[in-house]
Design a protein around this ligand. Sequence first.
Ligand code: SAM
Length: 284
Amino acid sequence: TIRPLLSATNIRALAGELDVRPTKTLGQNFVIDGNTIRRIVAAAKVSADEVVLEVGPGLGSLTLGLLDAAARVVAIEIDPKLAERLPKTIEEFRPELAGNIDVILSDAMKVTELPHAPTALVANLPYNVAVPVVLHLFEHFPSLRHGLVMVQDEVADRLVAGPGSRTYGVPSVKSAWYAKMRKAGVIGTNVFWPAPKINSGLVGFERHDAPETTATRKQVFAVIDAAFAQRRKTLRAALSGWAGGAVAAEAALVRAGIDPQARGEKLGIDEFARIAEAHEANLA
Ligand code: SAM
C-alpha cells in the first residue's frame, strides 16, 4: 500500500516554518525520499501489534511510515522545535493515526523509562552518538526484541563485524553481548537533506541471551575496553592494567583457556566473558 509520506517539498516547507537549520552536532540529516522510508520500514519487519521506539524522529519522515506498520510509535527527540511540531505533523498528514504516538523531548542517552514497553527499535540515528545510543537502549529496554537502525556505513560495518575482521572492535563485541547484528543494506547520500558526505548503512538486529557467565556485564565490558585500547598488543600486555599486573592478566587468561599471546581482535564475546569470570575467580 502506498500511503502519504512526507515529500522533499513537505520537508523543506516544515523546516522553513520551524526555521530549522539542520545542525551537524545533532546529526540532523532528514530523509526526503519516500522509497527509502518504505525500504527501511520493510527491512525492519515490524508487525502490526508492535510498539516501535524511534530515536530522533526529526520532521517525521520515518515516523509516518512506522505508524502505518505498527500499533504505536514512541519517539525520543532532543530538539524542542522538532519534538513540539511532530504531533501536529501527524495530525496533518495522518489524522487517524494521531492517537498512536508518544513524543518524548529528551536526549535518548538519558531515557530509562518509557510510557509503553517497545518491542522494536527503528531509527535513522544521529550519527555522532549512534553506537552509545544503541548500547544504552539495549541495556535499559530488555523488551526490545529486534530492530533496524540507519547509521554511517562504516559504523554499520563495525557493528556487524565478527572476530578477526578488519572492522571488528568495541562496538562489534559490545553489541554482540545483546544481539545478533546483520548488515541490511547501504543508502546513498542523495536521499537526505542536507546530504551527508558519506553513505549510510542499515543494520538489523535480533536480540539473543547474553553469554552465560557469573561475571557482570560491566566486568565483561571492562575487559573489552582494556583489550581494544591497545589492540595491537598481546592480551597479556593489553590486559595488565585492567588486571593489576601482567602476572594477574596471564593468570586470568590461562584460567579462561585463552592464549596470553593472542590479540583481543580475535576473540568473541563469549571469550571476553570467560576472561572476566576467570579474573573474578582468581581474586576470590
Ligand atoms: N528520523 C528523521 C529522518 O529520518 O528524517 C531524522 C533523522 S536525523 C539523522 C537524527 C535526529 O536525531 C534529528 O532529528 C536530531 O535532532 C535527533 N537527535 C540528535 N541527538 C539526539 C539525542 N541524543 N537524542 C534524541 N534525539 C537526538
